[in-house]
Design a protein around this ligand. Structure first.
Ligand SMILES: [Zn+2]
Length: 417
């Protein structure tokens, strides 16, 4: 059994598009990408998106939140698009990010449109290629701003007040890019418009490499959250204070770091302390306080709750033993996203020629996860042989990218015919 779309045809559709944006926002020193929302590289990529749409006779619409939609409407379609097959991803990056996270989904989406058209297929329902703005949250500190605003998950007043590292608010950045900050808000058309949203994404892990398969479907996004841990001790002289007289919160924090690792292993989850603030942060001073942020993710809600509770208990116990004050506060928590079985079954059927396509969870957040609250969504993952992501070393083999574009075209063709 073979599919409609050969890998070499997908290569011819995919490669020129991919090459067009390869240099945009790339730091020549590190090779990493710096494509931050509403800054120069992002604006260049938005122009590129508009050009791709124009070259295909697709009308571009910029929604109230700045997300881009390129429409391919069925012949004779009049009025608002409804019940569309929507596919795309994002074009922004983390600081020193890789080439694939985001752009792979947008390039594959345009390539899929080309492949489906080249087969002479006329869609029954509208097709849209999308780019959701500011997915990574690299500039303003909140991820998936474009999709969250449209889904009504982020209040526009809060979004507009967010500031980047230079103190520029999102409102100011929007104005500088010629956008109207007052336009931000939930998209009332979202649910009516989107029949399904399919996001193709580079895998951010090694699950596919480990089973030697190029493509997977997503089952779920792990629930995850951030907790602020505060350890309070007593500042004192690093030389003159006897060890037995110290109340050193750094020691308790170190215990908490190990507790997080051990507890995560036990629950087959992940837990990371990646951000720490030390007061007074002097080389020759015992710290008075350590504030640290725990990022924890697990396969289900109960495991995540148990994981964090155990880390808190172990940290609290170590604090009590060392005469250290301890407090923990949840800063944010994102519930599990279970991608619905119905669109996934249709995708599976469209990819039957690939054999049993693996269905895997991911521990990374995505626009598809945000939109899953409101509309049917599904995700396709493309193998990442090292699993490295959010790094210049993020990678997918060219042939796997072509297989991904072909798979997306199969899914699109099956859905819209
Ligand atoms: Zn991404």
């Amino acid at each position: 059994m073979t599919g409609l779309f050969a890998t070499d045809a997908a290569a011819r559709a995919f490669d020129p598009l991919w090459d067009e944006i390869l240099a945009v926002g790339r730091d020549p020193g590190t090779g990493g990408y710096r494509r931050f929302a509403w800054a120069d590289a992002d604006l260049t990529l938005r122009e590129w998106f508009t050009g791709c749409a124009a070259a295909r006779g697709m009308d571009v619409e910029i929604d109230r939140n700045g997300n881009l939609w390129a429409w391919w409407l069925p012949p004779g379609w009049t009025g608002e698009p409804e019940n569309a097959f929507v596919t795309g991803s994002h074009l922004d990056s983390v600081p020193d990010g890789g080439a694939f996270d985001g752009p792979l989904g947008v390039v594959s989406a345009f390539a899929a449109v080309d492949l489906v058209r080249a087969r002479g297929i006329t869609p029954r329902v509208p097709v849209a290629v999308t780019c959701f703005v500011d997915e990574e949250g690299a500039r303003f500190g909140v991820a998936c701003i474009g999709s969250q605003l449209s889904a009504g998950a982020l209040a526009p007043e809060r979004a507009l007040r967010l500031r980047d590292g230079d103190g520029v608010t999102l409102a100011e950045a929007l104005r500088a890019a010629g956008r109207d900050p007052a336009a931000l808000g939930p998209d009332p058309l979202l649910a009516k418009r989107i029949g399904v949203f399919v996001e193709l994404h580079v895998e951010q892990g090694r699950a596919l490499d480990l089973v030697d398969r190029p493509i997977a479907l997503a089952s779920s996004i792990w629930p995850h959250g951030r907790w602020e841990f505060t350890f309070s001790g007593e500042a004192n002289h690093a030389g003159a204070t006897r060890l037995v007289d110290r109340r050193d919160p750094m020691l308790t924090f170190a215990t908490a770091v190990h507790a997080a690792r051990g507890t995560a292993e036990k629950h087959r989850a992940v837990a990371t302390f990646g951000k720490v603030l030390v007061a007074p942060n002097g080389t020759n001073a015992i710290p008075s306080a350590v504030r640290a942020w725990l990022d924890a993710r697990a396969a289900d809600e109960a495991t995540l709750t148990a994981l964090v509770a155990e880390i808190e208990t172990l940290a609290g116990k170590a604090a009590a033993e060392g005469g250290i004050g301890f407090a923990s506060e949840a800063e944010s928590r994102s519930p599990i996203v279970e991608f619905p079985p119905e669109p996934r079954a249709k995708l599976s059927a469209a990819l039957a020629h690939l054999g049993d396509v693996p269905v895997i969870p991911t521990a990374a957040g995505h626009d598809a996860g945000v939109l899953a609250e409101r509309v049917p969504t599904a995700m396709l993952f493309v193998r990442n042989p090292t699993g490295v992501s959010h790094s210049p070393h993020e990678f997918a083999e060219a042939v796997d990218c072509h297989r991904g574009a072909a798979a997306l075209a199969e899914v699109m063709a099956a859905w819209v015919r």
